[in-house]
Design a protein around this ligand. Structure first.
Ligand code: MG
Length: 282
């Protein structure tokens, strides 16, 4: 069970203004339709839900979301943010770190999202999410709180642009690409990730981009990249995160129900959220 919180504040962000294609705005609803609310309650959590509404740009959504996340933290609830595209992490992080909380970050994604206003060819914020949190994307966004590069861990990278590769090398971010996952196995990878993200921090935020999963099992994403995490590998990872008791918040993004097949992606992601929140086989 994740660190101490008995309450979950589930915040739906039904927008996809940080990306180019329609569909991500319905991601959060697709998890609820897959029964996520009931699953969370059945795990013993006290669940409150809210939905952001009425906003049309990433900056304003991020500002509102940060406020909601900050309130959830102050009430002692576990913030669970359901996007939307990956730009939801910008507002989430701003809210989490508002009171100078010192958090580690585990980033599950095929992409590092370290493009900037200069290096992105599309200009969409979901490609620049972590660069924005680090204050270096060139996007004008709500101020994010502290983030220490040594407590950031990537898991599942396999589509990295040259400028991102340079940045990762220069900054020394810990990256468990699919190569390291193949070599070490997901158990060692997650154990190392927990140690690194948890070193000297008050908790760990998990950011889950659905495209970290293999598109054979999770086809409902805009930026599908072959060669990702498989069903059991991903579940085992999230079960290990739950066992650690170190995870204090989570955001989920990049599910596009328009591209999904028989809700496979929504169901798989909902299952991973449940694993993180303590669901076990027995
Ligand atoms: Mg991605």
């Amino acid at each position: 069970m994740a660190a101490e919180a008995q309450k979950i504040r589930l915040i739906r962000v039904p927008f996809a203004v940080g990306t180019s294609r329609p569909g991500n705005e319905q991601g959060a609803d697709s998890f609820m339709e897959a029964g996520l609310g009931r699953t969370i309650r059945n795990l013993g959590w006290e669940l409150t839900e809210e939905i952001l509404s009425g906003e049309e740009n990433v900056k304003e959504i991020s500002r509102l979301l940060a406020e909601r996340v900050r309130q959830a933290v102050e009430e002692g609830a576990f913030p669970l943010v359901l996007g939307g595209d990956h730009s939801v992490t910008i507002g989430t992080w701003a809210g989490l770190t508002n009171r100078s909380a010192n958090l580690g970050l585990v980033w599950f994604d095929a992409h590092p999202t370290l493009l900037t206003a200069d290096t992105s060819t599309t200009g969409y914020a979901n490609e620049m999410a972590l660069a924005t949190i680090l204050g270096k994307s060139g996007l004008n966004m709500p101020g994010t709180g502290r983030i220490r590069p040594e407590n950031i861990v990537f898991i599942g990278l396999r589509d990295v642009q040259p400028s991102e590769r340079e940045w990762i090398r220069a900054e020394g971010f810990t990256c468990f690409t699919m190569h390291e996952i193949d070599r070490l196995g997901i158990e060692k990878v997650v154990e190392s990730a927990l140690r690194i993200a948890g070193d000297g921090t008050d908790g760990i935020h998990v950011s889950l981009d659905a495209d970290v999963l293999d598109p054979l099992e999770a086809p409902g994403v805009d930026s599908a990249v072959p060669g990702g995490l498989f069903f059991r590998e991903a579940h085992f990872a999230f079960e290990l995160l739950a066992e650690s008791g170190l995870i204090t918040s989570m955001d989920v993004s990049e599910v596009n129900p328009f591209l999904d097949e028989k809700r496979r992606t929504s169901k798989l992601i909902s299952g991973l959220i449940a694993s993180l929140l303590g669901k076990k086989i027995l």
